[in-house]
Design a binder for this molecule. Structure first.
Ligand code: SF4
Length: 120
């Protein structure tokens, strides 16, 4: 389990890799529950075209750089990347990885997952 982290004074504790995130408001006993990691996505108010540029050359390079910079600030980058890997998202930037990088990473990720399943 990842260490709790702070977003704007709210301590976030991750309990599962995808959707169950519990928020403890600092100094308060209230607990907020976020049921979907997308609610914490740094890109949730961004222009979708930034994350889904057409192609991987020319102007798309600037869009990809902009998208990955936003991903670099995102508190749910790991959840986002795992979702994209699990659901085989082929287009766009997910979890800080553009299409080509994610495709290569997914091959290694699947191989590692197969190896772990065979070992268990
Ligand atoms: S990692 Fe990037 S694409 Fe995924 S939710 Fe965060 S900002 Fe959006």
């Amino acid at each position: 389990m990842a260490e709790p982290f702070d977003i704007g004074g709210v301590i976030v504790k991750k309990f599962t890799f995808m959707s169950q995130i519990q928020l403890d408001v600092r100094g308060d006993r209230d607990v907020l529950t976020v049921t979907d990691w997308r609610e914490l996505a740094a890109c949730r108010n961004s222009d979708p075209e930034t994350f889904f540029p057409v192609g991987t050359t020319g102007p798309a390079i600037d869009m990809i750089d902009k998208a990955t910079a936003i991903c670099g600030t995102c508190s749910v980058q790991e959840e986002c990347l795992l979702y994209a890997l699990e659901t085989n998202q082929e287009a766009g930037v997910w979890g800080g990885l553009p299409e080509d990088d994610r495709r290569r990473y997914r091959k290694r990720w699947l191989a590692e997952r197969r190896r772990r399943r065979q070992a268990s």
